[in-house]
Design a protein around this ligand. Structure first.
Ligand code: FAD
Length: 161
């Protein structure tokens, strides 16, 4: 049997992490990202619990820690800048996690540590999916036809697929 093929739709934290692991397991991996290039930006993501465990197993915990926003807590202030309420960082499960990282920085760290051989397609997205006993056939908006064994949809909260 040849290498198994997975298509991942969405090239952010979830999609790139799937690509990371599936490539390591020896699959042929194609990531289809709708944006024309790698997407930076986004706000704080708290890394805790199982997310931290996953980063440890990927060997990326230290790399992500270097991107820590160094947030120390949250304060609400009035018009004169006086603190009216405080959400301090208390322990690993406080409002501010031990590891706070911007979405784009986290995604880029995974992106920059992908194993060789992951194919990235930008500026395209899945138009149709046909599931059969032989596998999954995908046709994209740009007219690419890709046959694979597994489709993983990691398009975030506004997923259309
Ligand atoms: C202020 C703020 C605070 C947050 N705090 C936290 C937090 O503390 N903890 C936490 O876990 N999360 C937090 N989030 C949410 C965090 O941004 C998401 O959890 C994280 O980005 C989800 O990653 P994802 O890979 O699933 O999806 P996304 O980062 O949304 O990525 C989806 C990707 O798929 C692409 N895409 C979408 N549709 C298609 C399509 N049809 N075809 C191809 N590609 C497509 C998009 O372009 C994007 O690159 C926060 C968000 C905000 C705004």
């Amino acid at each position: 049997m040849g290498e198994r093929r997975v298509v991942v739709s969405g090239g952010s934290i979830a999609g790139l992490s799937v690509a990371f692991w599936m490539r390591r397991l020896g699959w042929q991996v194609t990531v289809i990202e709708r944006a024309p290039a790698f997407r930076d930006g986004g706000q704080n993501v708290d890394v805790r619990g199982v997310a931290r465990e996953v980063l440890d197993r990927m060997g990326l915990f230290e790399a992500v820690k270097r991107q820590n926003t160094t947030e120390r807590g949250t304060v609400f202030v009035d018009a004169d800048g006086r603190v009216t309420a405080e959400l301090p960082s208390v322990g690993p499960d406080g409002a501010t996690a031990e590891l706070e990282v911007l979405r784009g920085d986290l995604a880029r760290t995974v992106h920059d540590h992908l194993p060789p051989g992951v194919v990235s397609v930008h500026g395209d997205s899945i138009e149709t999916v046909t599931d059969s006993a032989e596998g999954v056939r995908i046709v994209t908006s740009a007219g690419r036809q890709i046959d694979c064994d597994l489709l993983v949809v990691a398009e975030g909260v506004r997923s259309a697929t």
